[in-house]
Design a protein around this ligand. Sequence first.
Ligand code: ADP
Ligand code: MG
Ligand code: MG
Length: 212
Amino acid sequence: ALACGARVAGALDAMAARMAEMESELGHLDAIAGDGDHGRGMVRGTASAREAAITARDEGAGPGSVLTAAGESWAAKAGGTSGVLWGAGLVALGRRIGDDSAPGAESVVAGLRDGYQALTELGKAQPGDKTMLDSLLPFIDALDVAVKEGTHLWQAWDQAADRADEAALATAALRPKVGRARPLAERSVGTPDPGAISMAACLRAVGRALDD
Ligand code: ADP
Ligand code: MG
Ligand code: MG
């Protein structure tokens, strides 16, 4: 089996590949009420996170340190609101996961809760504000429930990713209350939030990469 730091690097690689595929779609979504750079930002952020993760992995870093290095690089290189938030979330996740051993399902859920808290402390948004939080929170809640019911982590992750996809699409009905899309909020009604869509897609890519 691959060492845990290498598995985390593999997950970031899968996220970067998925964001490269979705770049133009995310840009179009962000152009409706925002500034159109979300695809570009997610590609830059995930690519730099991937590079930092691979470097850390090659130095023998454990999973927490790989995540921290990836988050710091993402926040520094992506540009934009989403990059800063994603970076802070990964750093908080990495801090909880740590380097000691392969993290268990409870530690993964706790790490995602820490990541979510970092996003809300920094971005001051709430669920329903039409942001990435609106797919992340339903994902974490669904994962938490499934894990507590005894579902294997990566099967639970796949089910939770279905919830995240549904929730991301359901943001179409919402009006943005924060961020660059707020001034043109009405224009965004009928279109899902780009950050919620990319969040759900990243979560799906991670689940596929780690389910083996
Ligand atoms: P920018 O808005 O700076 O151009 P991006 O286009 O990369 O950055 O990201 C926009 C996405 O960031 C939005 O679709 C939304 O999901 C998310 N976002 C914006 N502001 C916040 C916030 N305060 N809290 C959480 N997410 C936010
Ligand atoms: Mg933008
Ligand atoms: Mg921008």
